[in-house]
Design a protein around this ligand. Sequence first.
Ligand SMILES: Cc1ncc(COP(=O)(O)O)c(C=O)c1O
Length: 909
Amino acid sequence: MTSSTPCDQPVRSLISTTLATPALRADRWLLVLDLARKWSTTNAADIKKSLSSSLEKLDEVERFFAYPGAQLLERLKSCLSDDDNKAFLRLAQRISTTIVSRKYHRDASAWNMDDHDDEPLNRLPQAITHLKSTPYFEVLSVVPHARSRWPLIQEEARGVRRAEDDFIYQPVIVGNAQDALTGILLNPDIGAVVLYEGFTAQSLTENPLLAAFQSVIDFSTIGDDETLVLQLAQAIKKIRPEMDIYLLSDRNIETLAGKPESRFFNRIFYQMEEPLELHLSILEGIRNRYKTPFFDNLKRYAQRPIATFHALPIARGKSVFTSNWISDMGEFYGPNLFLAESSATTGGLDSLLEPTGNIKDAQAMAAQAFGADHAFFVTNGTSTSNKMVLQALLAPGDIVILDRNCHKSHHYGCVLAGAQPYYVEAFPLVEYSMYGGVPLRTIKQALLALKAHGDLARVKMVDLTNCTFDGHVYDTRRVMEECLAIKPDLIFLWDEAWFGFAHWSPLLRQRTAMGAAAALTEALTRPEAQQAWDKQASTLGNTPDDETLLNTRLVPDPRAVRLRVYQTNSVHKSMSALRQGSIVLVKDVDFEHVESQFHEAVFTHASTSPNLQIIASLDVARRQMQLEGYGLVSNALQIALEIRKQVNSHKLISKYFRVLNSAEMIPGAFRQSGLTDYNDPSISWDKALQSIKTDEFLLDPTRMTLSCGAAGFDGTTFKNILADKFNIQLNKTSRNSVLLQSNINNTRSDIALLIRVLVDIATDIDKKIADNDEEYQKTFENRVHALVDDLPELPNFSHFDDRYRDQPKAPTLHGDIRRAFYDAYNEAECEYIPLDSPEIAKRLQSGPALVSANFVIPYPPGFPIMVPGQVITQGIVDFMRKLDVKEIHGFNKALGLKLLKRVPGKNKG
Ligand SMILES: Cc1ncc(COP(=O)(O)O)c(C=O)c1O
């Protein structure tokens, strides 16, 4: 590949190519197929010429893949030079279909050249005979040898295969570090890398694809010296941390093995001394990731003839299969589900509450896979994970800086723990009736206000949602750095219910809690961190005012920082776990001091009958992500970027619908790069990189807000239409939008279905407008106006009533939500006022204050408009009156607002 490829003619925008690198191959094949079709019908010379150059471009990418391999590509080229346009189209179609369907992973015939043409030919040299259900991967070898020797090296690698191998792989060879990194980015099948010492670096910085990854890999240090193998190994791990790397060296390998950097290698061999050992090590590396300690044991358990004298009659399925009345349940689920059910924690199983065996091992593997120190499986969803973390780390009276729009489990967690939430507001997106994320300035302001009033010591935690339901991704590292500069022992809880998959995107990983924590841990050990702190201290002086602190990009004192990061993650929302499968990930230098509390919290919230199938699925989801997560996540990103492009560029669809872009979802102040749209073809590398790396908020491309107000639909109605009429299930809704989410499960066919349906609906609207009279058109316009222009202001959190505040006079916002919550248990202390009662206006005007007795959470938008103890304002009342949603948790329309009365002599404040 020349240094200016593979991105010099982008079919998609640069940022979208970078986020979903493997899509580049599909783009190149699409182009070849498109031209091949035209050539087969026209036989035009200019098309043949374009085909020839697009084949060259394809070659640049294909050399990083084992299938179809050089010989089949040669054959394709010979069809071109022989002017056989029909044979060319046939062969191109077969190869691309095989690639898309990944038939070569599991079907040996895909490797058979005879199958690729009518004319019988020999089998491909790399043909496999025993694929069947054997998992397939590719091994990238980086070699110093002349190209002419590469086929020999490949042959040798294949020569050590054995019929009893539990996995099968094909070798792919490159000759320098630049190609190695390009291969790792482009080819998701690569499961292991073998470095043959002596290869060169090549001009790393000239490759635009690699330049995009400067944000995660510092290429500037990679040069042709003796540390090249170590640097390349480190760079590979930064892109795909799960990768197994083997080194073949002809130097003093014993000395190398003693260096700390050798941790990047699974094993170091003396060059070509032991090809079979290398082969067995490669298989073992994959086996280690493939291993699912709990699931493997559960499968074994299910095969054993076990008699149960225990609870859970459904276990073993006898009560089901022999039943006259419920045997259809057995038929539906199949016997394994019942054979794998048990309420025992012995006999090969383990206890989730006190794991000592295979669950402990499975959790340790998950921790390592997600880049955490500890992982805890949770079988009741992230709703429970959040409550566990809050209870474990917060005591009554502690203050937690909390996003008011976070999931309700955090609010309830505060009630349970007795912690006092200090609500901070996210930026509003009034036009779409939703909120974004909490600006860093707001968080710093809260910390500084608490400091000013002597309450900083009570602030234990900053608790934020990353990414938000609607896709706002924080700059997690910066938020932690700046907050730690104000209070160096703050704990961070990042609710990443939706964002677990991001660990398998090399670019998004840095914005996850664990990705940022790892980077921060490393950065804080460097001398530059201390220098930056010292410089800041001398610039700011001893008593900087708040405004200066708010306007300064703060850095923490590395000597004082205690990095304590928790991430909760609904594995079931973005990976292959069963519903409710969730995980708590921990990277906390002080975890040993809270471990016993943490276990208490687990005991408080976890069921003593956890669902074994959920635990097994968490184990399996981890295996999948470690072996194919990179490709799956790239695919999810590619699908999302494609949907964004197709919807917004379609003439008819875009009259009524739009997938909101970064500019619409994130105000300019938080998009310092100026990036407006992932599909903007004019985005420069600089802007793309800056946006991913340093914009205060980034939009998760997989979370697509589709505005439907211009089509006259409110979100809920549109969601129901798509589900009932078109079998399309969506995520959440807002007043004038619905949220689409792409995940590791989606295919291009799903895009086609969505586009087809949107075209049908848009056509229908067009037709109705054309067919009907002016009256109809007026009604339609009014409806659109109500949905698009006439939107209620989103009410901010007001404040807790003085009786629930420790310092009623201070301009701080925390309050004793738990006391308010329990005050409402006393019915005599509560009153109800209907929303339309004139009493409301009277009370708003002259008191006593209207104090909410409970949480009131309308769906949508899904955040608490009121929390227990909160003073209700005119804005809140207006919003409630304008709400036209059916589901409002905590509000009974017939009774009205539930309020806490002021009880003389009882209520403090
Ligand atoms: C941000 C956030 N956190 C937590 C949860 C709860 O997760 P789970 O459904 O796994 O209980 C949700 C659910 O939608 C959520 O949106």
